[in-house]
Every structure is written in structure tokens, then in C-alpha cells.
Write a protein that binds this ligand. Structure first.
Ligand code: MG
Length: 383
């Protein structure tokens, strides 16, 4: 029996993690969870599981819920998440938080000696160096939930990392893959949120439309699998059936395929090296018919190129890029800036915010603030 803590429980990955736990009550137990402002989802989870402690974002919500559930401990804010992650009474942290907020709980769990199943790619984009140092120090493991990285992880099983020639991360291209750069200037939030293949949260769906998400995934792959950026390629694949590939020195290419269903990577991260039944229709390749692949256009998607650049810069560049993107992504969703401004602001941040070495969590927090402040200033100028 694995005892899990689930952070980001009300989001898309969080809800699908709950599905996986409910499907396998003999294998997994939810011991604590965190949600944001969705207190109704907290009430729903408390009906489904006997959880003694949970966390919400706002203090006012925590006080309300503490009155409703006098036998439970209700925490709140970033501290609440950190307290849960650094506790001793569980086996695996499932981190399904969105954004830089996910970094501190990831690190806290590792430092407390727990394995982490990671959907929060920003933990690695911002602080991959610090995370890997902590993993080595505490002898625990990070299991990818991101579908591409789960695919690579599966393709690496039984093989040697030093015999990898390159990682090939597939990309659907997001909601605007068929639009030219000129056509992007007046696209709406609603159009951006309609992803052709995957049903995901709002932030990551916008990140898919800019391909910032794919850029983040390149960085994530670099830190997860210890492969240089020069050996990580992105390949456009509109059908999202091949979730990623690994090419070896003998030119053998291993691919992992499946329907676009996040429950598979979630449960594999929790059950590795075992595989569990999944109660969904299996992949029917005859029905899919054809699989297409083509080279990405980094002029059409400049944030993909930027992520390689920031990755090679190292230090605080990843954290600055992420912070500017978080601010610009949200500003677009609030209709404060047009879609192409996201790219301009994130590129500007990486090039203009001073670069530093990344040695400590303080360096990281300072870089996050600097990237965010830079973006907010530019967002204000748009209006
Ligand atoms: Mg992904």
C-alpha cells in the first residue's frame, strides 16, 4: 500500500489522480491533499477519503472548513503545502500544482526523504539544478507524470542512458498550430483554450498554444534524464498518439504510444515498475489510420527556441523565463494583453533580466521575483 499526498487535487491532473486512486484502493491510499480556491472540491474529496489533514489556499476558507470539519487539521497558503510535503507520514508526493508554487513542496518532499511523482514541470524548469542536487543527497526518486516524459521513461526501461543518441519529444502544436504568425494577433482566450487533443487546465493549454509548454518539456527532459540539450529534439505530431521517443546509438528508435489519457502516465509514475489495468478503451491504430510527423518551425513558435537558449544559459534563466511566462499567460487569460505579447514579454525577460548563478533557493526566489516584476511592468505598458 502506497500512501500518497496529492497537491493540486482539484485541477485536471489532480482529479485524474483521484480516479487512479479510486480504481486501485488496494494499492493506493490518499493521506492528505491540497486544493486552491475550490473548497467544494475539498468537500468532495473528504467524502471520498478518510483524510486527517488538508490544505487550501486562503486563510478565510481554512477557517470555514475547520468549523465544518472539527476532527481534521486544515492548513492554508504556501506554508500549508510545504508543511504537508515535509511531513513524515506518507510515501509519495503527487505534485500536480501549476507554476513556480510547485517548486517548494517538491524540494520539501525530497528533503524529507520522499519520492515525488511530478506533474509540476515548473519545479524542474526553474530549479532543476537544485532539485537534482537534493535528489542525489537524499537518495529518493522523481517519477515523471508529464505524458512525454513518462513515454521517455518507459522507452528507457531495460536500456542504458549512456547509449541514448537523442530524445525525441513529440508536440501536437496546440490550438493555433494551423495559424500563421499574422493570424495570431487577434485570437481570443476562448479559441486558445480549445486544445485539439488533450483536455487540460487553462494555464497549460495556453502554454501549449505558444509552445512554451514544449520548451519547458525540453528543459524538464534535460534535468530528468541527464541528457544534454543538443541531444533533445522536438518533433511535431498532430495526432498525439506517439507520446515521445528515444533513439539509441544503433539508430533503434523506441516509441511509447497510447490514447491521450493522462491516467496512464499518472498510474505508471505510482506503480513503476509494475503496470496496472486501465479501464478505458485500448488504442486502436487501425482506427487512427495515419500518424504524421514534421519538423517544428521555431520562427512560428519562438518560445520553443527560447527554451533551448535559456536551458543552455543555465543559472537563473529558466526561473526568469517561467516567471515572465506565468505573468504573461495570466494577463492574456484576463484579456489584458494580446496573444503575441506573451512571446514578446517572455523573450524580453530572458534577454534583459540580469543573469545569475543558481546556487540556493534564495537565488531562485530572487530570479522568480525579477522575472515576474519585469513582465508586470511590460504588461502595464500594453494597457
Ligand atoms: Mg506534456
Amino acid at each position: 500500500m502506497k500512501r500518497l499526498i496529492l497537491l493540486g487535487a482539484s485541477g485536471s491532473i489532480g482529479q485524474q489522480t483521484i480516479d487512479v486512486v479510486l480504481q486501485h484502493p488496494d494499492l493506493f491510499e490518499l493521506t492528505a491533499f491540497g486544493v486552491g480556491k475550490n473548497v467544494d472540491s475539498a468537500r468532495r474529496i473528504l467524502k471520498q477519503f478518510d483524510v486527517k489533514v488538508f490544505s487550501v489556499q486562503e486563510e478565510a476558507d481554512a477557517l470555514t472548513l475547520a468549523k465544518e470539519y472539527p476532527d481534521k487539521t486544515v492548513l492554508f497558503g504556501d506554508e500549508g503545502l510545504k508543511t504537508l510535503a515535509s511531513g513524515s507520514d506518507y510515501d509519495v508526493l503527487v505534485n500536480a500544482l501549476v507554476g513556480f508554487a510547485g517548486f517548494a513542496p517538491t524540494l520539501a518532499a525530497i528533503e524529507a526523504g520522499h519520492d515525488v511523482a511530478l506533474a509540476n514541470k515548473e519545479s524542474l524548469v526553474c530549479g532543476g539544478e537544485l532539485i537534482n542536487r537534493a535528489l542525489a543527497l537524499h537518495g529518493v526518486s522523481l517519477y515523471p507524470i508529464d505524458s512525454e516524459h513518462s513515454a521517455i521513461f518507459q522507452c528507457l526501461q531495460g536500456n542504458r542512458t549512456r547509449q541514448v543518441r537523442r530524445l525525441i519529444i513529440t508536440a501536437s502544436g496546440g490550438s493555433f498550430r494551423n495559424l500563421s504568425r499574422e493570424e495570431l494577433s487577434d485570437v481570443t482566450v476562448e479559441q486558445a483554450l480549445a486544445h485539439p487533443n488533450w483536455s487540460m487546465g487553462a494555464k497549460i493549454t495556453i502554454d501549449s498554444a505558444t509552445m512554451m509548454n514544449k520548451g519547458f518539456e525540453v528543459t524538464e527532459a534535460h534535468w530528468l534524464f541527464h541528457i544534454p540539450y543538443e541531444q533533445i529534439d522536438v518533433l511535431m505530431h498532430p495526432q498525439s498518439i506517439v507520446h515521445s521517443m528515444v533513439e539509441y546509438v544503433d539508430h533503434s528508435v523506441m516509441a511509447q504510444m497510447g490514447t491521450p489519457d493522462m491516467r496512464l502516465p499518472i498510474q505508471y509514475a505510482l506503480s513503476w515498475p509494475d503496470r496496472l489495468e486501465l479501464n478505458e478503451p485500448a488504442l486502436d491504430l487501425a482506427k487512427v489510420g495515419k500518424l504524421e510527423f514534421y519538423e517544428p518551425d521555431t520562427e512560428r513558435f519562438p518560445l520553443l527556441a527560447l527554451a533551448y537558449e535559456a536551458g543552455k544559459m543555465g543559472g537563473t534563466a529558466g526561473a526568469v523565463m517561467n516567471a515572465a511566462n506565468e505573468a504573461a499567460n495570466l494577463a492574456f487569460r484576463k484579456k489584458d494583453i494580446p496573444f503575441p505579447a506573451i512571446e514578446e514579454i517572455v523573450i524580453g525577460a530572458v534577454h534583459e533580466v540580469p543573469w545569475h548563478e543558481l546556487s540556493t533557493v534564495e537565488d531562485l526566489n530572487a530570479a522568480n521575483t525579477a522575472g515576474y516584476d519585469y513582465a508586470m511592468e511590460r504588461i502595464r505598458k500594453v494597457n
